[in-house]
Design a protein around this ligand. Structure first.
Ligand code: AMP
Length: 178
């Protein structure tokens, strides 16, 4: 089995979580497999090592898991994007639309340096709203979005369309078409 197949075999699909109609992709079985985790980190690092990266931004909370490990492997800073009200220091925030209502994410104001090339990482790309909000925070602080890295893409939600305005380098290791 190739890496994509092994990732898909390990993901547990939970119907109607956290609400009816959602088919939740549970990555905790992947986290229980250190060999698979190591391969995932190696693969992301291999794809992005030719790119000049100054930092990785991980999106709360599952984006912290592999984001930190990729940053360690590439020997670059790891920065956090969190839901509003979680970061202790001064923040810059960005509000975006969800299917129902809005969400708001934040970063510390001193984390991105002007001109930095920054990779955005999250476990899963659905509609793309959250990753686009992270990209917006990076750009508003003078950073450059160098690309996006996801473990999983739900391609039927067309999230990449929201991300192309920021970068066309969008890597996903496993895609679900329905
Ligand atoms: P979106 O902003 O629509 O791209 O949603 C992405 C965020 O929601 C990520 O942080 C994911 O962890 C989470 N998410 C959305 N849909 C799912 C799903 N079906 N299974 C697991 N996580 C999901």
């Amino acid at each position: 089995m190739n890496l994509t197949q092994r990732i898909k075999t390990s993901i547990r699909e939970v119907q109607d979580f956290p609400k009816k109609g959602i088919n939740f992709k549970d990555i905790t079985p992947i986290l229980e497999n250190p060999f698979l985790c190591a391969e995932i980190i190696t693969e992301f690092s291999r794809v992005f090592s030719p790119t000049t990266l100054d930092a990785i931004v991980g999106i709360e909370s599952r984006g912290f898991l592999f984001g930190m490990m990729i940053a360690q492997k590439l020997n670059i800073p790891f920065l956090t994007v969190r839901k509003k009200g979680k970061l202790p220091y001064k923040t810059i925030s960005y509000k975006y639309d969800l299917e129902y209502g809005t969400a708001e994410v934040e970063m510390h104001v001193d984390s991105i340096k002007k001109g930095w090339n920054v990779l955005v990482h999250d476990d899963l790309l659905a509609t793309g709203g959250t990753a686009a909000a992270a990209a917006e925070l990076i750009q508003r602080q003078g950073g450059i979005v160098a690309g996006f890295a996801f473990l999983i893409e739900l391609s039927f939600l067309n999230g990449t369309a929201k991300l192309f305005p920021y970068s066309d380098k969008i890597i996903k290791l496993a895609t679900y078409e329905n």
